[in-house]
Ligand binder design. Structure first.
Ligand code: FES
Ligand SMILES: [Fe+2]
Length: 377
């Protein structure tokens, strides 16, 4: 006999609002875990860089002479000025130069020159390299880890979940479109909404036509009481509707299918990899996409939604890109509104904690992950 599903309490409301709690999450997650910050294709040449901010920390991400990604705190070893004043650019001649007193570093972070410094016999440039940050790539995405001694490699941190989209050739795909938006909500609100479809019938009528199971207000067959997998590979994920192949407004696409995809996943039309807490990736038969999160404060979140195609497909079918964006762009806007409603309502003095109903098992999963990170499980 299977247990009857149960309700359970949501997180304390102040966790979505308080600056102190936000700081605690920055320390436990954002300053400690591997965080997705961009794509390697954003810095195609040695010396190209961009600056990203995680909490209060500014990080320079660059490509060195050997085409290896490098990351450093955007802070000079002299008296601590920021080094990059622009959010992106190219270090000329492979020199990273502080704008204040011109201390000059190589792309490998070594201090190379300190112009106009009076000689003293107690100064060793070797003592003052840039503060380096752990950086690695997965399928063309750049991740950094601000922990000085990361407890896991990127591969370990991404774990089994990343393998969901293993057959998508993301490392060889290129960005065909990117949209950045800022939502007035805590970053956890976004993940909660992402991981339940209880809201889908009301919020996403167009998506429910493409993924009929969502019209039942559940995210997967696993949320149906008594569900059993059909075989060992059946994870209960839903499929696009009969006659449809992918996530577009009409569920089809004129673009060629990607080569080498896992057949079963391709047939479902959608495969998610949830890489908490900074990104999720979705593989569709013809394209892939990602959404990256960057909390800007307790009640502000930046989202970067990116669409990918193989370069030859992107070059041959530029007119198809708009159609690819059609459904997801709508869904992201609908979800964004719902997230902001949710955040606004949390300000009631009466609402100290919400409740999760059984089909919000995915939200409970997010909460368990978060409590684990905060050492509260
Ligand atoms: S603070 Fe950078 S050179 Fe002085
Ligand atoms: Fe949604």
């Amino acid at each position: 006999m299977t247990d009857k599903p149960k309700i359970r309490p949501s997180l304390p409301t102040h966790w979505y609002i308080d600056a102190d709690h936000y700081e605690r999450e920055l320390k436990a997650i954002w300053y400690r875990d591997w965080i997705a910050v961009g794509r390697f294709e954003q810095i195609p040449e040695p010396g190209d860089y961009f600056v990203t901010k995680i909490g209060t920390q500014q990080i320079i991400v660059t490509r060195d002479k050997d085409n290896v990604p490098r990351a450093y705190h955007n802070t000079c070893r002299h008296r601590g000025s920021i080094i990059c004043t622009e959010l992106e650019g190219r270090f000329r001649n492979g020199r990273i130069i502080c704008p204040y007193h011109t201390w000059t570093y190589g792309l490998d972070g070594k201090l190379l020159a300190t112009p106009f410094r009076m000689e003293s016999d107690d100064f060793d440039p070797g003592d003052y390299p840039l503060y380096d940050v752990a950086v690695d790539t997965w399928k063309g995405f750049i991740f950094v880890c601000l922990d000085e001694h990361p407890s896991q490699t990127l591969e370990q941190a991404l774990g089994e979940e990343a393998k969901e989209v293993e057959s998508w050739p993301l490392e060889d795909m290129v960005i065909v479109h990117e949209e950045v938006s800022v939502l007035d909500c805590n970053w956890k609100i976004f993940w909660e909404n992402y991981n339940e479809c209880y809201h889908c019938p009301r919020i996403h009528p167009e998506l429910c036509k493409v993924v009929p199971l969502y019209a039942e207000g559940i995210q997967g067959h696993y949320d149906q009481p008594g569900w059993e997998p059909k075989d060992e590979r059946d994870n209960g994920e839903p499929s696009v509707a009969e006659g449809m192949t992918t996530w577009t407004v009409d569920g089809i696409s004129a673009l060629p299918e990607l080569e080498g995809l896992d057949g079963k996943k391709k047939a479902k039309g959608m495969t998610f990899a949830t890489l908490l807490g900074s990104m999720y990736v979705v593989g569709h038969p013809q394209y892939a996409r990602s959404v990256r999160l960057r909390p800007l404060g307790p009640e502000t979140l930046e989202l970067t939604a990116t669409w990918f195609l193989p370069p030859e497909t992107a070059a041959a079918h530029p007119e198809e890109v708009e159609h690819l964006l059609s459904l997801v762009r709508l869904v992201i806007a609908q979800d964004g509104r719902a997230c902001e409603w949710n955040q606004a309502g949390l300000h009631s003095h009466r609402h100290t904690q919400g409740v999760l109903v059984p089909q919000e098992s995915g939200v409970a999963w997010i909460h368990d992950w978060l409590r684990g990170k905060l050492g509260e499980s």
